[in-house]
Design a protein around this ligand. Structure first.
Ligand code: HSE
Length: 410
């Protein structure tokens, strides 16, 4: 009998407890032994639950209990999760987590600690909720050189952008609707300013390229500045706007990472992914494009990934060596200013567009005011797009929007 503990009984932690309880026969069959929850750490009590007796407010009831061999951490945030997880690993307990902030900030250190103690630190649930993406990257796809990963990794922003696209809503109205439906937090910054996507692409990049990519290395933009006008131009161009986290290895050995809204052509497999769904496109040199799609958040999808990891930890007490990356040493990322792309611009001008714009593809949309123009540049580094922006402003052209075109070619 494997005895486990759950830290945190919020949305995800309660899902883990519920899934282990409701699916106990399936879990036992797949784990090859019964799995029972001995303790659940939370400040609240839940007297109506069938496992109400297992609740505790004292972390030592978990740390000091030698019968508990696996701990599912679902508290979120770096502190105190980092201290609790480190203590569990040092005491020879495997840890399973959905906490992307913890993995993105402390992954290399916690993986090394788990390896030292010969236990596991598993985090399938930290990226893509119920979508299997961590296992494929360190197991099934390891024969490939990974030529890039692009993902819609945040359900909240995808819901907002989908509402703007389908209903012509403004960002503010779409955010309000997402909040009313319970998709967006009252304080939505982690989602709408791109930080959540950043943590997730850092985890995928660290795993795919073997060195820890810290979120602070990654250029991160959110979607607050995207307007229905931009989305209308994207549509008339034959595409859409999505918040994308991406990583690509460069010939100079650096990694090009970024999180920003991007214009995707409808031919991109990520373009049709709508509402709260997530999608990850992995480009293997042998496989070609591989797409992962599903529910990237929510109680049971995320719990499904955590319980899958719990079952893995029951079956593999010793460290699974393939799930590993090292500290990075020097910053391995390419400066964002040097990363090239074509750019969409939307500008306002009463006069003609200046000569800097000559040769660029002009876009149209219905009901555009006379003084509005939009165009797509040739491929240029971000720094050159910034210089173009300044030159336009100097020529009396107001730059309203600038969005990168996704580079999903080989
Ligand atoms: N806030 C996240 C999202 C939850 O919207 O995708 C899952 O990480």
């Amino acid at each position: 009998m494997a005895k486990i503990a759950i830290m945190g009984h919020g949305v995800v932690g309660s899902g883990v407890a519920e899934l282990l309880w409701n699916n106990r026969e399936t879990v036992e069959k797949n784990a090859l032994e019964p799995v029972s929850v001995k303790r659940i750490l939370d400040l609240r009590s839940f007297p109506k639950l069938p496992y109400a007796d297992q609740f505790t407010t004292d972390v030592n009831d978990i740390l000091q209990d030698n019968e508990i061999t696996i701990v599912a951490e679902a508290m979120g945030g770096v502190n105190p999760a980092y201290e609790f997880v480190s203590d569990c690993l040092k005491r020879g307990k495997s840890v399973v987590t959905s906490n992307k902030e913890l993995v993105a900030q402390k992954g290399a250190e916690l993986l090394a600690l788990a390896a030292k103690e010969n236990v596991n630190f598993l985090f399938e649930a930290s990226v893509g909720g119920g979508i299997p993406i961590i296992h494929p990257l360190h197991k099934c796809l390891t024969a490939n050189r990974i030529n890039g990963i692009m993902g819609i990794l945040n359900g909240t922003t995808n819901f907002i952008l989908t509402s703007m696209y389908q209903k012509g809503m403004s960002f503010d109205d779409a955010l309000k609707m997402a909040q009313e439906l319970g998709y967006a937090e009252r304080e939505p910054s982690a989602d709408v300013d791109g930080h959540d996507t950043c943590r997730k692409i850092c985890i995928l990049a660290s795993l795919a390229y073997g060195k820890h990519i810290y979120p602070q290395y990654v250029h991160t933009e959110g979607i607050r500045h995207v307007t229905p006008e931009d989305i209308a131009y994207a549509e008339s161009w034959g595409g859409t706007v999505k918040l994308i986290g991406s990583v690509k290895p460069l010939p100079n050995g650096k990694l090009a990472l970024m999180v920003c809204p991007m214009l995707l052509p409808n031919s991109c497999p990520l373009a049709p992914i709508s509402d709260v769904f997530n999608g990850v496109l992995v480009k293997g040199d042998a496989t070609g494009d591989v797409m992962f799609y599903g529910r990237g958040a929510g109680k049971l999808p995320t719990a499904s990934a955590m319980v899958g990891d719990i079952i893995d930890a029951v079956k593999h007490h010793a460290t699974i060596p393939t799930l590993h990356w090292a500290e990075c040493g020097e910053n391995p990322t390419e400066p964002f200013e040097d990363i090239p792309a074509a750019f969409y611009f939307r500008v306002n001008t009463r006069g003609k567009l200046p000569r800097e714009v000559r040769g660029f593809e002009l876009l149209k949309r219905d009901h555009a005011p006379d003084d509005e123009k939009a165009f797509i540049t040739r491929v240029m580094p971000d720094s050159e797009a910034t210089r173009l922006s300044t030159a336009l402003e100097d020529a009396g052209v107001a730059v309203c929007s600038r969005i990168r075109l996704a580079d999903f070619g080989d």
